[in-house]
Design a protein around this ligand. Sequence first.
Ligand code: UDP
Length: 346
Amino acid sequence: MTRKILTVVGARPQFIKAAAVSRAIRETDGLDEVMIHTGQHFDADMSDVFFDELDIPPPAYRLDIHGGGHGDMTGRMLSAIEPVLLSEKPDWVVVYGDTNSTLAGSLAAAKLHIPIAHVEAGLRSFNRRMPEEINRVLTDHVAALQFCPTAQAVENLEAEGIRTGVHHVGDVMYDATMFAAKRAKDRSTIIADMSLAPKHYALATVHRAENTDDPAALRAVIDYLNNEAKKFPIVLPLHPRTRHAAEKFGIQLDRLRVIGPVGYLDMATLLGGAAAVYTDSGGLQKEAYFHRVPCTTLRDETEWVETVTHGWNRLWKGADFAARREIGEYGDGRAAHKIAEIVKAA
Ligand code: UDP
């Protein structure tokens, strides 16, 4: 009997994670996948490029929902996902991470009594002002299977009373990094195209609402990066949200090497050659470690606490780097296959 998995994605980090799991699903007998793309991220360089580069089959459903407030966007997604679930009748709904698409997919499935598997479960910033924190807490509480990337994530769930269906499988982002590193070798030319000298530049990304919604906060981050740019050139692939915010607030970015958002293979190449990373992204903090590049996180807290305790990451306003140790808990690059096997057996 074949099990039908319905995957809900919508934002950049979800395409990257789903690419790894989708590949594992295709390599596992007895599983079939149908994908919904909510449209939360829709620009070619925030969406299509990941489908092309990472061999994700075209989604069966494109809902084209983006913009508006959080409630408006999530509500529209919820009512658009429900009829798809009713007609597809999947055995499982698989959601990723912590975006509005994650929450909408989870709520739609929970109300129809379709079991949910949450990939990247159990992460907590303990900052409820982050929209992502609300999305991940609620999703974890309606999911039947919790795929945790770290031991800390398992502990976080336990502290909230979630003890069944919890699996520490490792981090699918590590699977994605290994895939991209191989593929980028002969497909990405960004280092030469930008005339960068390996290990003599840094890579930065900024897009969290806490850094972009408030002019003083964004100015503080850009001032910090401008100052760091005295040490080495800083390449900043700019998220559309940050570009709009900088334009709106009249914040100049001319001391940084600003480019548009890049595809995952260029990102892997840029990371591989970087001397340092500055970011408020969740994914990038770990990818920096996967490439053994020190990271400074442009936030007041992080969900990926082991990157800090093991000396690969620090908070920009916090203590210096701790002594460096390897991090064992992200797995062996087979997290996605473990997920596919567990869903199949569940
Ligand atoms: N990323 C990318 N191109 C870019 C910026 C980021 O491919 O121009 C990748 C990055 O390597 C990471 C993922 O997008 O894997 C992170 O997504 P984002 O920062 O949007 O979300 P978060 O990880 O904070 O949820």
